[in-house]
Design a protein around this ligand. Sequence first.
Ligand SMILES: O=P(O)(O)OC[C@H]1O[C@H](OP(=O)(O)OP(=O)(O)O)[C@H](O)[C@@H]1O
Ligand SMILES: NC(=O)CC[C@H](N)C(=O)O
Ligand code: SF4
Ligand SMILES: [Mg+2]
Length: 477
Amino acid sequence: MVKENCGVVGIFSLSGTNVVPMAIDALRALQHRGQEAWGVAIPNKEPLKRLGLVSGASSEFKKICEEYASPAVIGHVRYSTMGRSTLENAQPLKVKDLCIAHNGTIANVQELSNLVGGCSFTPQNASDTLVAAQRLVSLISENGQMGKALSILKNEMVGSYCFTFISDDNSVFAARDPKGFRPMVLGYKESDDTYIVASESSAVSAVGAKLQRDVKPGELIKLSKNGLETERFSEDTSRAHCSFEFTYFAHPSSNMEGANIYISRKNIGRFLAKKFPIRDADLVIPVPDSARPAALGYAQELGITFDEGLLKDRYSKKGPLRSFIEPHQSDRIEINRWIIPIKEIIAGKHVVVIDDSLVRGTSSKAIIQALRRAGAKKISMVITYPPIKFPCYAGIDFPSQDELATFSDGKVMNEAELTEMVRKSIGADFLGYNDAENLAAAVGIPKDSMCFTCSSGNYDSLGITPEFKTRLEMKGE
Ligand SMILES: O=P(O)(O)OC[C@H]1O[C@H](OP(=O)(O)OP(=O)(O)O)[C@H](O)[C@@H]1O
Ligand SMILES: NC(=O)CC[C@H](N)C(=O)O
Ligand code: SF4
Ligand SMILES: [Mg+2]
């Protein structure tokens, strides 16, 4: 299935192998992080960019791999968080002799654009990535080196960023923000003497390389004819790994911060079963697809039957995609409308439905209606992520409070009242949310090394007290 957070890749072959075919495979393995547009860039050429899924251009792959043949490449799949979802904003972007691919959000882009000069930023005219690239290029020309430029930029820029860059002098760079909001890993393919940096290890595996390690927060990696060189542009030791990656965004096969995503999700389900042991249920079903491992873990822990009561449409154009990362609500609704219940499994049963998150509530509302139509006797919904009450300005696209299912329009509510409000609005008989402590313990990462801003409202790790935005202010549409 497809959509979260953009995916980036950078590949360099010391043996001179053409790595563009690898970049395409890597991007396909990152497709779940962005399904709006994709692109690749090599030195001394304009980036190649296309709207839609990577596989949508499969008839062009042979031609692209020949025309762009290069031992150095970067690539990107886009899930827009700032700026419109257009081909122009698709990445990589080129500024002078540097191409850039970015996963994250630059929260103070207006402020940063004042340092760049020229027109000030609006989401109608650019993306946050373009502004960051323009500032970086001017800092490189003033300071000579990428590392020095990033060490200045990191103090001017608020937000989350995993970047890959490629320069016309045939060097590939990768940088991860000082708190490690977004994931990034390093891999090596011995047979081709080739290095790969990518958002997730699913991309490393897809090209037949071996995962070496996570890129360290605040680390800059350079890949060139001199091999791999690494330096730090930040000495910050506090971490804010996005907890949402572990429940939803990342691919189940990926490993990040020492944890495998599939195993983490199954464990989250087990821990959730201890928090909400609904022992009188007849069966446990996942909301396809991302909640599958958690539902399995939940069912196994309580010894309740696990079943597939809902199936996602694999055949229409949008049906197999991720709904949450679609930029338009009409497409989110359409994808969820085509999640089909199996009456013979559901009818007359008390079902525990597990989902990995409840953000806008689009999915839950559609699923519960479908289960009712299929004759479910009782529907208990259990969510593996805590209640999302605050906008994300660190790489996930829910920038306004009023789009969230928990939005109370100024009415002060405690946790129980809030849960009750959401339960009613989605139409479930019971609703239970996970909590941050339980989630972090299940993944095995200290809670204070993870970001939970969207549930806690504490923006300290970003270093801002945000004025909440509207979608128009962030996305330009
Ligand atoms: O409350 P909402 O705003 O609807 O968002 C949450 C839902 O969206 C995501 O699924 P998605 O359809 O993106 O794909 P997947 O589960 O197949 O990965 C997530 O897994 C939830 O099901
Ligand atoms: N999801 C992302 O990482 C998005 C990158 C960038 N903010 C954009 O909107 O293009
Ligand atoms: S605010 Fe939520 S979605 Fe955004 S980075 Fe933090 S944990 Fe992830
Ligand atoms: Mg889902």
